[in-house]
Design a protein around this ligand. Structure first.
Ligand SMILES: *Cc1c(COP(=O)(O)O)cnc(C)c1O
Length: 231
């Protein structure tokens, strides 16, 4: 079933992405597709790999660990995209290749400590609340710049860029404003420091065109690939 779904959905999604890139004057090759497999069974992950998708995203550490164990493949780049509790920092570091959801100074310090104790580095994106919604996590407001700058100087942390989630709306102006604020924050940070990388993780099924036009380097897509999730 997932194989059939992907044979229809993946080319359509690639077209949407390429068109948006061209509309934004960008190279389609500069936007990475992270296939979000949360809530879907192993079969979905296997179909994704068969279709050439090797960046897989999960939003829960337990589900991520379980799927890594079941899938037993070493050619996957695992993305942790969901809110991460500080006590699960060691497990998230072990299980994933890139944590998109470093959403507070406290989590940054914890990840730094866990990484240095293990004598390694952990690759992260700083999640920013660019919509101002209370329901969204992330670094916020004017303080975000300074706080992310500080986090980028912690030992053991490799801040490869920023991530945001847009509000649930179809209002294009609201969506593009949300994404543009992330890009502008990235530009300001990167004029201050070399320690923050250029990645911009933004864009999901409903807003990927706008995110790509605003400079996304990584879209996180579930529904457009695998259909609706239960719950
Ligand atoms: C579920 C999820 C996605 C994918 O959302 P779709 O609308 O299904 O494409 C992307 N990012 C995060 C953080 C998610 O939790």
């Amino acid at each position: 079933m997932y194989r059939d779904l992907l044979s229809e959905n993946l080319p359509a999604l690639r077209d949407r992405m390429a068109e948006a890139a061209r509309a934004g004057g960008r190279d389609p090759g500069d936007v990475r597709l992270v296939a979000v497999t949360k809530g879907h069974p192993l079969e979905a992950l296997q179909a994704a790999l068969e279709a050439g998708l090797h960046d897989l995203g999960e939003n829960r550490v337990g589900e991520l660990e379980h799927k890594i164990g079941e899938l037993d493949r070493d050619d996957v780049t695992w993305h942790m995209i969901g809110h991460l509790q500080r006590r699960k920092a060691p497990r998230a570091m072990e299980a994933s290749d890139l944590i998109h959801s470093m959403d507070s100074p406290r989590l940054a310090r914890r990840l730094s400590r866990v990484a240095t104790e293990a004598d390694r580095t952990v690759r992260v994106l700083a999640q920013v609340n660019t919509s101002g919604e209370d329901s969204k996590g992330g670094f916020e407001g004017e303080a975000a710049l300074e706080r992310i700058h500080e986090a980028s100087e912690l030992p053991g942390l490799e801040v490869e860029g920023l991530m945001t989630m847009a509000p649930y709306t179809e209002d294009e102006a609201v969506l593009s404003g949300t994404f543009r604020r992330l890009r502008e924050l990235s530009e300001r940070l990167r004029s201050l420091t070399d320690a923050v990388g250029p990645e911009l993780s933004m864009g999901m099924t409903n807003d990927l065109e706008i995110a790509i036009r605003e400079g996304s380097t990584m879209v996180r897509i579930g529904t457009a690939l695998f259909g609706e999730r239960d719950g």
